[in-house]
Design a protein around this ligand. Structure first.
Ligand code: AMW
Length: 147
């Protein structure tokens, strides 16, 4: 497969850094913090409950592998692992995904501000999208962590 679908977005292989049988992980075009990445089922599935048990297992095993590698790579000391399941929970892309956000002391003035930022970061047009080159560069660095 040369690209993946993330809801209605086409995700180029160049920004994907991890793949398992049923899941894939890619870099964020508007990260909240450095290392904010996303993991999704390969199949376009809108809600958490729409995944098959096999997809759930695969997605969480993938997340379990990715979290420590990302935390270490970005010199984090903690990680937010978040799912916004449905519009009223903040989901904006109609394809279930896990947010992985490495954290460190003092990254936000108040630690829990990350949740406010999660709600607003992709709806606020003041932050520009990263360039495809920048995203591809990060993805190729991250792919090395899983070789
Ligand atoms: W949600 O508010 O649906 O929980 O989060 C959607 C996430 O997907 C946001 O972090 C947003 O920046 C990211 N995103 C949306 N479209 C793309 C894309 N084409 N490539 C990379 N990240 C994306």
């Amino acid at each position: 497969m040369s690209e993946f679908l993330f809801g209605s977005h086409v995700i180029s292989r160049s920004v994907v850094f991890f793949q398992s049988r049923l899941s894939y992980a890619f870099v964020n075009r508007r990260p909240i913090l450095p290392g904010h990445v996303l993991v999704s089922p390969k199949r376009v599935v809108m809600r958490f409950a729409d995944m098959t048990p096999d997809e759930v297992k695969d997605l969480f095993i993938a997340t379990h592998q990715i979290v420590p590698a990302i935390e270490r790579h970005y010199r984090g000391t903690a990680t937010n692992i978040a799912i916004q399941d449905g519009k009223e929970a903040g989901q904006s892309v109609q394809h279930i995904h896990v947010h992985i956000i490495p954290r460190k002391q003092g990254d936000f003035e108040n630690t829990d501000d990350v949740y406010k930022k999660l709600q607003s970061h992709d709806k606020d047009d003041s932050t520009k999208f990263r360039s495809p080159e920048d995203m591809a560069q990060e993805a190729s660095e991250l792919a090395e962590l899983f070789k």
